[in-house]
Write a protein that binds this ligand. Structure first.
Ligand SMILES: *Cc1c(COP(=O)(O)O)cnc(C)c1O
Length: 361
């Protein structure tokens, strides 16, 4: 087997154990004589997969029956539209924070639906960062506040979440850091995440929603875009992305088996090792995010020149490390170190960074 160190931003590394289980079960899922991909989404075998994944997601996030888990398609990008379409009337206001690429895409879609108040904007600051909770000035009566918990492209992450005032729901795009660290999910009205960073394969978007929030959509909203449709039908109104949900379930079981506390501590240690390597380089490697807001999931940095950055990416690839090229919008280097990226991958990258600087610095 030749598994490389995978630092892709998304789709991203999956736990090897998950892939091996899927491989074992691929042609005969638990004695059914068929793959789970070939099974009816209304049948017994799939039903167990579906409901176990939902139950475990709620358990890992520590939420009760006042929340529902919706398994939808369309990516996190579709949630940029579904959130305002369901929660925001044309004359109502939603507060948004702008922290960079993903937040600004969410803002763009919300503006098509209702009134948007950008109550903190640091999307274009360098070094990059997200707003501080105490910088926010809420709009009285705002239906919800939307934040992007981790800016995957720039590598900045909310370290402490804001608390929305009574009557304003807290909504977060957690596509790239859901289940990577401990936080109080019960403070949120809605959390959405495209699965392909930390939860599984692409094709699935996981929405955790406080049930009371699903009721407010306008009657003429398209059936498939209504949260209430998915809630009332247990995400089985139509055919769900069965195989992605199956892998999602395996990833959740893997998280539970690691012990999420251990996994979260491991995430902190991995990020700390990379940032230490950057900071120990005497400015040769320059972290792209302000220190206070450095992401534990997407570590971004620059080298003295773009030529050196290209060389770094090319030589790392030769050394068995892929996915290190920064997003095309911002350049530089990005190491995405989600839950499934083992500490050994980070150790090898740190060693490679030291050697690369010794030779080229
Ligand atoms: C990747 C990503 C998205 C877009 O996800 P899609 O599933 O490709 O639509 C949105 N927000 C964040 C924070 C992301 O990391």
């Amino acid at each position: 087997m030749n598994r490389i160190h995978n630092f892709n931003a998304g789709p991203a590394a999956l736990p090897l154990e998950v892939l091996e289980t899927a491989q074992r079960e691929l042609t005969d899922f638990k004695g059914t004589g068929m793959s789970i991909m070939e099974a009816s989404h209304r049948g017994k075998a799939y039903d167990a997969v579906h409901s176990e994944a939902i139950a475990l997601y709620k358990e890992l996030l520590g939420v009760g029956d006042d929340y529902a888990v919706l398994l939808i398609q369309g990516g996190a990008s579709q949630q940029f539209s579904m959130v305002p379409m369901n929660l925001l009337g044309a004359d109502e206001v939603a507060d948004y924070t702008d922290s960079g690429s993903w937040a600004s895409k969410a803002i763009k879609e919300a503006k098509k639906v209702g009134k948007v108040n950008v109550i903190a904007d640091c999307g274009k600051e360098t070094p990059t960062r997200v707003p501080r909770a105490d910088e926010l000035e809420f709009t009285p009566g705002a239906k919800y506040l939307h934040i992007t918990s981790n800016e995957t492209i720039s590598g900045a992450q909310w370290r402490q979440f804001p608390e929305a005032p009574e009557g304003t729901a807290l909504v977060a795009d957690m596509s790239s850091d859901i289940l990577s660290r401990e936080f109080d999910a019960t403070k949120f009205g809605l959390i959405y995440a495209g699965a392909q960073k930390n939860l599984g394969p692409s094709g699935l978007t996981v929405v955790l929603i406080k049930k009371e929030l699903a009721a407010g959509a306008p009657a003429n909203l398209a059936t498939m875009l209504k949260y209430s449709t998915h809630l009332e039908n247990d995400s089985l109104y139509n055919t769900p992305p069965c195989f992605s949900i199956y892998i999602f379930g395996l990833v959740l079981k893997w998280i539970a088996a690691q012990g999420k506390e251990n996994l979260y501590a491991r995430n902190v240690a991995k990020a700390a090792a990379l940032y230490a390597a950057i900071d120990a380089s005497g400015g040769w490697y320059r972290g792209a995010a302000a220190k206070e807001f450095r992401s534990d999931m997407n570590v971004t940095w620059r080298l003295p020149t773009e030529d050196l950055e290209n060389k770094f990416v090319a030589e790392a690839k030769k050394a068995g490390m892929e996915g290190l090229k920064g997003h095309r919008d911002v350049g530089g280097i990005r190491a995405s170190i989600y839950n499934a990226v083992p500490p050994k991958a980070v150790e090898d990258l740190v060693a490679f960074m030291a050697e690369f600087k010794r030779v080229n610095g």
